[in-house]
Ligand binder design. Structure first.
Ligand code: OXD
Length: 312
């Protein structure tokens, strides 16, 4: 068939070899059968250190062991089973001439929107205070919410950031987004580039980080940035731990300059035992789950893109 003929153009052998590799919370065993079902006619196996090279054409990975790229030297394409590619780029063995395809949304944007809604509404509507009051047996209605007092600023306006910004805007919070270039999203004010960064910060009370980790964004959440936010500000980090200078955040929380923080990502994961975030009264933390890679959606996307690649 046409696909077979075209496949021969892209590959030296008739069967497309795919390896699956992951070194943390994606278990390749769980992904193998569904990926095989989505890509009949492809040879798919789980990559194991110490085994002979699979002579793979395509690697489907999440935080793969570095040895993968040392052994698989014939790769034509690498799929990242997540949105962030920073872990891949940290691997010295990553080939520099192989295209990398990351997941686009695949069910992650809506999860991030839920996370942001939950964290914002919990603090703005004072559900955290009501939880304490319940424990104390107190029946005490608090003043109603004034949304204009909770301007939200989303750092990073890709697929995920845009979904978060639009969801919060639909809940009538004043929302702005900051990105490299101006974005035109209904209900979301746009701030662009270094020139508008401080202006964006100084109108923001709830700062939500959705940026990719690059040399330019590393440590972007530091004392200088966070001090520019409106008083009693709240910080959410759903990007990467290395965006945040943890000691700066702790100092600003302890001094009362910041009201609180919801953190999903950390500079070391799992967060080490004894780290001050574990028991900090102003920190709510989760173990890097704000957007999980959903198997069905991810496999459908990867399979469609592999077929597209084979079609040229
Ligand atoms: C991702 C993540 O990059 O879950 O997709 O961190």
């Amino acid at each position: 068939c046409a696909i077979f003929v075209l496949s021969c153009i892209f590959y030296d052998h008739n069967t497309v070899n795919i390896v699956l590799a992951s070194s943390d919370n994606i278990n390749p065993e769980d992904w193998l059968a569904p990926l095989e079902a989505a890509l009949p006619g492809h040879q798919i196996r789980i990559w194991q250190a110490g085994q002979a090279s699979a002579n793979a054409d395509i690697a489907v990975v999440w935080n793969p062991p570095p040895a993968l790229f040392e052994h698989e030297r014939a790769l034509r394409l690498i799929f990242n089973l997540g949105a962030g590619v920073d872990a891949l780029f940290r691997l010295p063995s990553l080939p520099d001439n192989v295209p990398i395809v990351r997941l686009e949304d695949a069910g992650m944007a809506v999860q991030m929107a839920e996370y942001a809604v939950h964290a914002l509404v919990r603090t703005a509507r004072q559900f955290d205070v009501y939880e304490d009051q319940q424990r104390q047996g107190l029946w005490r209605p608090l003043p109603s919410l004034d949304r204009t007092a909770w301007p939200v600023g989303v750092l990073g306006m890709g697929v995920m950031g845009a979904r978060v910004a639009q969801t919060l805007s639909m809940l009538d919070y004043p929302v702005a987004g900051w990105a490299r270039n101006t974005k035109n999203l209904a209900g979301v004010s746009s701030y662009a580039g270094a020139a508008q960064f401080n202006e964006f910060l100084s109108r923001t009370r709830v700062l939500i980080n959705m940026l990719p980790l690059t040399d330019e964004t590393r440590h972007i959440l530091c004392k200088d940035t966070l001090q520019r936010l409106l008083p009693d500000a709240y910080v959410m980090n759903m990007g990467r731990g290395a965006h945040l200078v943890e000691d700066d955040l702790l100092a600003l929380l302890d001094s009362g300059r910041l009201r609180g923080a919801s953190l999903d990502v950390f500079s070391g994961e799992p967060l080490p035992k004894g780290h001050p975030f574990w028991n900090h009264p102003r920190v709510t933390m989760t173990p890097h789950i704000s957007a999980m890679s959903l198997r069905r959606e991810s496999i459908a996307q990867v399979a469609a893109k592999i077929r597209g690649f084979e079609r040229g």
